[in-house]
Design a protein around this ligand. Structure first.
Ligand SMILES: C[S@@+](CC[C@H](N)C(=O)[O-])C[C@H]1O[C@@H](n2cnc3c(N)ncnc32)[C@H](O)[C@@H]1O
Ligand code: SF4
Length: 392
């Protein structure tokens, strides 16, 4: 309609690029840093929030990292007050990633008071020697303590991140970690197979022949994960994500999502728009993808001059974007209902990707009927390879 204001973006990601120490496997942009740079980052982030606030009405907010829980109370209060002043609070889902070593009752209360209602805790393992091997700064005991602190602060939607196929992790260790993590009774579970990222110490150890990768063991661990999570009452809704189904917060029904699925991530996987603020963060708004500089100094310098710290900006050709959307969506158990895909991208999966869908179905990796296309449990195990076929 001529003259009508564009629909505001409903999803906000904020990257906090600091960690107490770098974990051996991690390639996310973050660095160990002192107070001055963190204060400068907080001021720059508030400036960036001011610049994009007129185009935002967040239904989901996600603070990720890095380690958002590393920020101290004063720094958190500055950010939360800025969100309040800019009228950005009140999201239906407001998640903060926490490292179990940096959770405190005061911080948990502050976050809760400003509307955070979901915490995602990086647990990775409950085996002390593996935590050590991974370079984690927390003990298993801190996981249990933090879980209690968050519950006492009133968080009733908690996620735990676990990793499997860690070098040195036996089947028995994985089973024990999984059982203990499930017994905690979180509402959500994310569990990732170790990825050997370039330029990480774990990758260097692999290249140096310090250990071998055992793909069969990794497959068994994944099967064990899915089985145990389902037995514990979770519903799998994405390759690595499981959630409980409670009657609050109804979600769109065509996807058959558990109610406590992470709505913020579901928006990514369904090709929705989002703003990503902070160093290294990506935004996707009205067909244009932008990426901020992965350099906190530079990020701060740009915002101190009053402009966003954008390194690159790309308007994706519609077919390329649709291919990416197809690929992302296939990671979800619901796959793609054909009509929904067409509504989202204006392309018809049945016309553009018919050969690829048949190829996957013939291999036993996918199901296809009149209404939708989705991966089988076996296909989900190899979702990255399956998804690649859809990229244009
Ligand atoms: C961005 S991290 C943030 C969590 C928080 N900083 C922490 O570690 O406590 C999100 C999750 O990604 C997973 N992850 C990070 N690097 C990974 C890798 N190389 N392979 C598999 N999973 C990884 C971990 O489970 C981690 O908790
Ligand atoms: S896994 Fe989390 S705590 Fe470890 S370096 Fe990466 S972002 Fe930081």
């Amino acid at each position: 309609m001529a003259g009508s204001a564009p629909v505001k973006v409903e999803s906000l990601y904020i990257h906090v690029p600091f960690c107490a120490q770098k974990c051996a496997y991690c390639a996310f942009y973050s660095e160990p840093s002192g107070g001055d740079l963190i204060n400068r980052y907080v001021a720059a982030l508030i400036r960036e929030l001011e610049l994009v606030a007129p185009d935002l009405k967040p239904r989901t907010i996600f603070f990720g990292g890095g380690t958002p829980s590393l920020l101290n109370l004063r720094q958190w209060e500055q950010i939360l007050r800025a969100l309040e002043r800019l009228n950005l609070l009140g999201a239906a889902e407001f998640t903060v990633e926490c490292n179990p070593a940096t959770v405190s009752p005061d911080k948990a209360k502050l976050l809760r008071d400003f509307g955070a209602n979901r915490i995602s805790m990086g647990v990775q393992s409950l085996d002390e020697s593996l935590l050590d091997r991974l370079g984690r700064i927390h003990t298993r005991e801190m996981v249990f303590q933090s879980f209690d602190i968050l519950r006492r602060a009133g968080f009733d939607n908690l996620n735990l991140d676990l990793m499997f196929a860690i070098p040195g992790q036996t089947r028995e260790i994985w089973r024990a970690t999984l059982a203990e993590a499930l017994a905690l009774g979180s509402e959500h579970l994310s569990s990732y197979e170790v990825i050997y990222e370039d330029d990480t110490p774990l990758f260097a150890q692999l290249k140096a022949g310090e250990f071998d990768v055992d793909d069969d063991l990794a497959c068994d661990m994944y099967e064990e994960l899915v089985e145990c999570a389902i037995n514990a009452g979770f519903q799998q809704y994405e390759v690595a994500n499981f959630a409980h189904h409670k009657t609050l917060n109804p979600q769109p029904s065509t996807l058959n999502l558990p109610n406590l699925a992470c709505r913020h991530n579901v928006n990514y996987w369904r090709g929705g728009s989002f703003y990503g603020l902070g160093p290294s963060a990506t935004s996707y708004v009205r067909g244009v993808r932008t990426k901020n500089w992965s350099n906190t100094q530079l990020y701060c310098e740009q915002l101190e001059k009053g402009r966003r710290a954008i390194e690159s900006s790309e308007e994706l050709p519609p077919l390329k974007r649709a291919g990416e959307t197809a690929a992302f969506g296939l990671r979800m158990n619901a796959g793609w209902p054909f009509e929904e895909f067409q509504r989202t991208t204006s392309f018809d999966l049945r016309q553009e990707w018919s050969a690829e869908m048949n190829q996957l179905a013939d291999r036993g990796w996918a199901w296809r009927d009149d209404r939708r296309f989705r991966l089988t449990p076996q296909g989900l195990r190899f979702a990255d390879a399956a998804a690649e076929l859809f990229l244009r």
